[in-house]
Design a protein around this ligand. Structure first.
Ligand code: HEC
Ligand code: HEC
Ligand code: HEC
Ligand code: HEC
Ligand code: HEC
Ligand code: HEC
Length: 311
């Protein structure tokens, strides 16, 4: 019974908060498992010394006895600027299944043969405790995995590039401000950084060099798409100050980028309760609802005439 009350409250709240609902929902389903339990930290420290220190160093700075042997150096786990943006599930996956599970170098081995799930979470608690600046559990957001996400030719991670290293979206999608399309980075743009970073021992990065040597573009699979008879220009939306995430969701936390579109059981439930669920992203109702709303609340001149969106 209690579960049902929670579900109904959840669905009602979902209907009330418009476009941002899918972002909010994914965040509320899986609260971060980062409670600052001191006992966990102590147990985590012991496991860390046994399984990690040889590469990552006793203090976690990536300077362990074996570190010198790696082309891609063991990560500095104390660097909070990079570590704090990585969700717990990302760390868990890397620790248990090895670097390649998230596109990182195989120099980071899988440790699931040595650690149980609870132990892995204790190690994570310890690693969180050594971060500078300090890790703040209340800011931790979970990883988002969308079932619709396609398989891409290279395991490129927005979690690493946009989440951890905080490379600005428009560094890579540089056309968004000035044209209809946001654009994807060229192979040369990737190489600008990856001539130096990670090439020697990470097969995912070696693929970038293979495409470059063959003179081929990387055949990325397209995710967000409106039909041919529709015009969607990025420029006016971005210049108006709409965040990319408003329309695309929390890309910096997506293991693989996917679009959360199509019918949803949740929407059918909200309709049953008498609410009008927000239209699904990329449908015409989604465009038009936002245009109406922004014109009323923010004085924009977003078009509602058919011909502007349909030529
Ligand atoms: C055999 C050496 C080795 C051992 C043992 C090892 N690591 Fe690593 N680890 C690495 C290397 C090398 C990388 C860098 C991979 C990359 O950046 O592509 C890494 C990366 C990581 C990352 C990713 C950080 C980031 O910025 O994305 C985490 C987290 C991590 N290790 C945690 C651990 C933990 C916790 C343990 C012990 C349970 C451990 N590692 C054991 C070598 C090791
Ligand atoms: C280092 C370069 C880089 C950065 C930084 C970056 N992206 Fe991307 N982005 C890519 C690449 C490469 C792809 C294609 C592969 C994929 O889908 O993951 C992509 C794909 C996408 C897509 C899907 C495109 C499609 O096919 O529909 C969206 C949306 C997107 N990025 C938004 C963002 C946002 C928002 C940010 C900032 C939070 C961001 N990106 C930061 C390189 C980058
Ligand atoms: C502005 C610099 C920059 C650009 C541009 C860039 N990267 Fe990266 N990339 C990084 C950094 C920094 C890392 C993290 C290295 C580490 O932790 O060892 C990384 C890591 C990676 C990794 C391994 C880790 C992972 O989880 O993905 C792959 C694969 C990768 N990049 C692919 C690409 C591709 C493909 C492009 C072009 C679409 C690209 N990168 C563009 C800076 C960049
Ligand atoms: C108002 C909603 C909205 C905003 C804001 C928005 N996008 Fe998009 N984006 C879309 C739609 C809709 C598509 C599909 C367009 C199509 O099929 O032509 C798309 C497509 C894309 C693509 C795929 C290919 C391409 O070249 O267009 C990328 C990459 C992308 N967006 C990145 C971004 C980035 C980065 C930002 C922020 C700077 C951003 N978008 C802001 C709605 C938006
Ligand atoms: C999150 C809100 C939002 C969504 C979703 C959205 N738009 Fe817009 N759109 C705007 C705003 C705001 C403007 C007006 C900007 C201004 O007044 O400068 C605009 C302007 C436009 C324009 C006018 C461009 C111009 O040059 O004047 C077109 C065309 C357009 N949108 C198409 C679409 C399409 C097609 C979709 C759905 C695929 C869509 N929009 C989704 C907010 C949105
Ligand atoms: C703000 C932009 C926008 C405006 C204004 C707009 N549309 Fe659309 N329309 C779209 C988008 C985006 C799609 C594709 C969405 C989809 O496939 O669900 C679409 C799809 C359609 C479709 C195809 C539906 C289907 O199920 O295949 C028709 C027909 C259509 N629009 C007619 C109209 C008419 C008539 C008007 C004027 C009363 C209009 N549209 C105004 C954006 C717009």
């Amino acid at each position: 019974m209690r579960g049902r009350v929670i579900l109904l409250g959840f669905v009602g709240a979902a209907a009330a908060c418009g476009y941002f609902v899918w972002v909010a929902l994914t965040a509320s389903i899986a609260p971060a498992r980062a409670s600052a339990d001191r006992g966990g930290v102590k147990a985590g420290r012991e496991l860390y010394v046994r399984h990690c220190a040889t590469c990552h160093g006793d203090g976690g700075r990536g300077d362990g006895a074996s570190a010198a042997a790696f082309a891609t150096k063991p990560a500095d786990l104390t660097d909070g600027r990079l570590m704090n943006g990585l969700p717990d599930e990302f760390l868990f996956n890397v620790i248990m299944h090895g670097g390649p599970a998230e596109g990182l170098s195989p120099g980071m081995p899988p440790l699931s043969a040595y650690l149980g799930d609870d132990q892995a979470h204790q190690v994570i608690q310890y690693v969180r405790s050594v971060a500078v600046p300090p890790f703040r559990p209340e800011t931790a957001k979970p990883l988002v995995s969308l079932p619709q996400a396609p398989r891409q030719p290279i395991l490129f991670s927005h979690v690493v590039h946009a989440g951890s290293f905080q490379i600005p979206c428009q560094y890579c999608h540089a056309d968004a401000r000035r044209s209809e399309y946001a654009g994807l980075p060229s192979v040369e743009r990737c190489l600008g950084c990856h001539k130096i970073i990670g090439a020697q021992d990470n097969p995912e990065i070696a693929k970038i060099h293979d495409y470059a040597n063959r003179g081929q573009p990387i055949p990325w699979v397209r995710v967000f798409k409106v039909p041919e008879f529709t015009v969607f220009p990025h420029k006016p939306h971005v210049r108006f100050g709409l965040e990319c995430q408003t329309c695309h969701g929390p890309i910096e936390r997506m293991r693989v980028v996917g679009a959360d579109t199509g019918p949803k059981l949740r929407d059918d439930l909200t309709r049953l309760l008498g609410f009008r669920p927000p239209p699904r992203p990329l449908t015409m109702g989604w465009c038009v609802d936002c245009h109406r709303e922004q014109n009323t609340t923010r004085g924009s001149h977003a078009p509602l005439e058919c011909v502007v969106c349909h030529h």
